[in-house]
Write a protein that binds this ligand. Sequence first.
Ligand code: SF4
Length: 328
Amino acid sequence: MPVLSVENLRVGFNYAEGYGNAVDDVSFSLAANECLGIVGESGCGKSVTALSILRLVQEPPGKIAGGRIFFEGEDILAMDHESLRKIRGGKIAMIFQDPMTALNPVFTIGSQIAEAVAIHTNLSRAQTRERAVEMLQKVGMPDPEQKANEYPHQLSGGMRQRAMIAMALANGPSVLIADEPTTALDVTIQAQILDLIEGLKAKSDMSVILITHDLGVVAKYAQKVAVMYAGKIVEYCSVSSIFANPMHPYTVGLMESIPAMRNIKGGGRLREIPGIVPPLYAMPAGCRFNPRCPRVMDICKLKEPPLVTTSADHLAACHLHPEIKSAG
Ligand code: SF4
């Protein structure tokens, strides 16, 4: 029984240039204590998928246009405001790319964490403050008592990210959504933060959705992966399967752009995927990756490939695979 399952999610955006689906028929599930990596370039729909899980997509210009998101047997998209409030920051928590925009600059980090606890518990003021310091200690903040009294601008980028993780985990969520949690940090701090999330996940039986543009991060921290391109999942399988046998040319392109992978496979120049992700309102006909695909065929420009099972627990959406041709 998955902790969370997303079924046929569709999220549209209305811009002056036209309407388009940032997330289009996306389905995946998350098991207890599992880490699912959602990977793809900017503009592929990863963050919109994450925001949709907590119904945080800004309306307008966005709108969740279809699908269902089940958490503990209930459809989040059909919940009333009160039920949703209990889940947000309680059972499902989120950490963002840039802690400076997520933390309030005019309150100390201790008071912000205490406030997050107070919303979901009946603890006294002193107890919520105690919990805040305890959480700062858990995430490896040096001198947590003192740091609880400091404002976000007084902390380094790595410390701010730790403070945000402390706030997200303060209510013991079952699911943590980490949206590019280390993009703004240098590599040493990146590894520390990701190791920290992994350690806390193992200790608390939490499940994690890790959103990243970096397949190297997925290789190290996730058990399952969904590769997104232009609003669609184009490949979905276990991490071991994707690295052993990538089925979609976009996934192969992402792999070839990881320095460590090039080294593993004997060095050589890093490749880039030519072109950019198309805008939402101007998706190409057929396979959305066709203008950038090195293996494009005539059918790719006419017909959109469905996401089908290509081998045990490995799904891909590409006309190169005979299973897709036979699926019609
Ligand atoms: Fe490339 Fe065609 Fe596969 Fe799309 S369907 S990824 S264009 S080969």
